[in-house]
Design a binder for this molecule. Structure first.
Ligand SMILES: NC(=O)c1ccc[n+]([C@@H]2O[C@H](COP(=O)([O-])OP(=O)(O)OC[C@H]3O[C@@H](n4cnc5c(N)ncnc54)[C@H](OP(=O)(O)O)[C@@H]3O)[C@@H](O)[C@H]2O)c1
Length: 287
């Protein structure tokens, strides 16, 4: 079963291949979604300081009755926190809200504050400072692995040039029609596990008739096709759902997409519709 499969981070820590995304799940609904996922066999939950639901996510983990060491819990330092002290405080604040002991993974949410996403100012020096705070938290045992998110190749090179601990993960926008292949290859060459966020294109994939036709060919739903696509690229998949039936079915994957279809899917376009208002979808172009 896919929910029991893991990749191995460079420090030997196992990271489950599928995790529940929790963006836009309100704090008072997060515990129920997390409990549904853990009940369905998920062992990996992805949250962030910016989602405002760390308290609820932590509550769900504690309520589930599943031993903490069987769950991989990720959170993120808010994109706007760009000094050492702000990042260190952010980590402590997240751990306090989650109230679940050390986190399994903490990542820098974005190389730039969201208001300047993919803008001219690259925050290279600031990200080195934030990275130091993550390294110190790792060495202090507050977190078991550390990484980044939305980092492009030059953002990664900036950290790699003088870090004490290399980023173990890069969580990036990756789904059918949005596959940054050179970034994925760079991460692989540098032992950085790629996590695919918005694997269902934030829901936009659900309306795509070509995807419906291909999914039917495999006896799958569109979300299952989308999630399987990200897994076949060797990435962690982070589908979000707060619907228990969706949560369950998203992990029922018993098929393999053919190499020919993988190539077609890599070149399918996506229209994010009204969700283009989010910087992750409207300013996704690689620099
Ligand atoms: N690092 C970053 O900057 C970043 C950015 C974006 C996302 N993320 C992470 O990635 C996670 C996933 O991305 P996302 O939230 O953008 O979107 P997503 O997982 O691509 O899509 C979620 C949407 O698909 C629907 N859905 C899921 N399974 C379904 C099913 N089986 N049938 C019908 N509809 C289904 C959900 O609705 P229901 O809830 O009703 O099922 C929701 O509307 C986030 O939650 C977050 O953890 C990280």
């Amino acid at each position: 079963m896919i929910l029991n499969e893991t990749y191995t981070l460079p420090n030997g820590l196992a990271i489950p291949k599928i995790g529940l995304g929790t963006w836009l799940i309100p704090d008072d609904k997060a515990a129920a979604a997390v409990c549904s996922a853990l009940e369905a066999g998920y062992k990996h939950i992805d949250t962030a300081q910016a989602y405002g639901n760390e308290r609820g996510v932590g509550e769900g983990i504690k309520k589930s009755g599943i031993p903490r060491n069987q769950i991989f819990l990720t959170t993120k330092v808010a994109a706007e926190r760009k000094t050492y002290q702000e990042a260190a405080d952010s980590i402590d604040e997240s751990l306090r809200k989650l109230d679940c002991g050390p986190a399994d993974l903490i990542i820098i949410h974005c190389p730039q504050p969201w208001a300047e996403f993919r803008g001219k100012k690259r925050y290279f020096q600031e990200n080195k400072e934030v990275w130091k705070a993550l390294e110190d938290a790792y060495m202090a045992g507050k977190v078991k692995s550390i990484g980044v998110s939305n980092f492009l190749i030059d953002d990664l090179l900036n950290i790699l040039e003088d870090c004490r601990i290399k980023p173990m993960v890069n969580q990036i926008l990756l789904h059918i029609g949005e596959t940054p292949s050179s970034l994925v290859a760079f991460c692989k060459q540098n032992d950085i596990i790629v996590e695919a966020y918005s694997p269902i294109a934030h829901g936009a994939a659900l309306k795509n008739e070509d995807l419906a036709t291909m999914a039917a060919k495999y006896g799958a739903t569109i979300p299952q096709l989308c999630i399987q696509y990200t897994l076949q690229l060797g990435t962690v998949s982070l589908p979000k759902s707060s619907n228990p039936e969706h949560i369950r079915s998203n992990a029922q994957l018993g098929f393999t997409i053919s190499p020919e279809d993988m190539a077609i899917l890599e070149n399918t376009g996506q229209d994010y519709g009204e969700d283009s208002r989010w910087p992750v979808f409207s300013r996704r172009k690689q620099l």
